[in-house]
Design a protein around this ligand. Sequence first.
Ligand SMILES: Cc1cc2nc3c(=O)[nH]c(=O)nc-3n(C[C@H](O)[C@H](O)[C@H](O)COP(=O)(O)OP(=O)(O)OC[C@H]3O[C@@H](n4cnc5c(N)ncnc54)[C@H](O)[C@@H]3O)c2cc1C
Length: 545
Amino acid sequence: MVRSLLRPMTTATLFNQTIRAANVSASAATAPLPVKSVLIVGGGTAGWMTALILARSLIPRGVEVTLVESPTVGIIGVGEGSTPWLRGFFDSLGIEEAEWMPACHATYKCGITFDRWSTRPGFERYFHPFASMLDNLTMTQFVHNANARINGADLHAHPDRFFIAARLAARCKAPKPVERFPFDIWHGYHFDAALLGEFLHRKAQARGVRYQVAHVTHATLDATGAIASVSTREGGELRADLYVDCTGFQGLLIDKALHTPFVSFSENLFNDAAVAIPSPLGAGPIPSETVSTAMRHGWSWKIPLTSRYGNGYVFSTQFCSPEEAERELRAHLGLLEADVPARHLRMKIGRVTRHWNRNCLAVGLSQGFIEPLEATALLFIQQTAENFVKVLEQGDLGEAAHDRYNEGVNAHFEGTRDYIVTHFKTNSRTDTEYWRANGANLNLSDPLKQLLLLWMNGRSIAPAVRQQALGRGYPVFSWYSILAGTGIFPERENLRAPTAQEAVYSMAEIDDLLDRSEVNYSDHAETLKNIPPRRSGDSLQVYFW
Ligand SMILES: Cc1cc2nc3c(=O)[nH]c(=O)nc-3n(C[C@H](O)[C@H](O)[C@H](O)COP(=O)(O)OP(=O)(O)OC[C@H]3O[C@@H](n4cnc5c(N)ncnc54)[C@H](O)[C@@H]3O)c2cc1C
């Protein structure tokens, strides 16, 4: 019997985390902090996000926060897509979308379409959504159908029909409901990286962060091996109780000064370079999604801003040269003859072993990087800085606190790495050596091997995700989305008819529910012209099934 969506039913158990504008409580505000001065080296997105997070809680308590930036080394200038956590960042600082989004040419992001990663018929394309309150009505059904499908039942298990975000993205709608519709949608953003940096810079200075332009040449260590000071080319020496390394891939403090060991992920993930080319927006609608398209030796991103598209090709230099990659990207974008300059970048994939080492915290590319397939780097920046503030507020800077903190960041890195690896492992392309090598790559973590084994044996993967570091990277529905979305199901000659217990949900009813919900969301381009204010009582609702 088909179970009605409208009848009372057991909904998915959701972990609902709310982030509101933070107020330093009276008792916390008076407790002494273990540091009196912080020096952030580096003024890219990592430097300014960290400065704002630290400023919010430390400056009111008398801590001096200074950011020093080189006049000659530029920022990386890419990194234009986010996860929904960025909304929590701005909310916690009390900065409205209506203020920062136009300043950064920002658009809304409902999720990511993965195109041509799989060659399995019907699964050539799928959408990885950001889950929301509304999905509480359809996520159980998706997971139920996917579990039946891995057991051979002929049921619809492609994720796209189950998530409102997939609908909105397919129709270029904004994830902002009309006033009367009570469902908040979890969404991310796209933005111009350089403009975001400038915006954050202005805000941080207005909130009391001191700013200095100087090129740091080296750090001097004290007898314990901690950083005593940093010297600048301009001649000055800068001292602080705590140093934050935001110098990008070069890791001037965490690596060059403290020699913190680095764990490379190059055996798990082959991509080590990228080429970026902007393209005009054109006359059509503005999409509310990132599109990631599998290419011959990697994948390309397409990110819509209000002023242009940001495009890039992430590839492996083991399999193709930067020139070949640029040519392929230009052909893909229809820009073979266009006089648009391309930017070539190298990427160091992996993480340091200790993000907090002695009196130095590494944030951003200096602490590590996983290729940008799911746009997670800003989330790492945010969580690394936010969690460090919590440690400072607890006042314990002992060895055990260091270890606990670093274990937490490392688990987040490993869980995210495994999710990204899954994209390459589940692909079914065999057209180039690159894809064949990815498909054959056996360098998978034990938790990921176990998870794939469970799936291929027709077992629920939810408990494994929740128990392992895998869940620190991505929630259960994301793991179901990637596996079901690429159509990697246990090999079977023929699918069988579902049992009565399996066929409990009606796809027609799910379609109808989403049809009726979708009318409450408007055109993306129109919404961006007049960004709605945060609704009273609105806060970031984070759903993890
Ligand atoms: C191809 C690619 C695509 C990406 N896409 C995404 C994405 O979609 N989403 C996402 O979240 N992230 C993405 N990222 C990551 C993102 O770009 C970075 O995490 C983010 O920009 C932060 O960089 P950063 O501030 O750590 O480093 P940088 O931007 O490199 O900044 C380094 C700063 O350090 C300063 N500096 C360097 N040396 C010195 C010195 N000697 N003295 C003083 N100052 C110094 C520089 O002046 C600069 O201000 C992407 C990265 C790459 C490579």
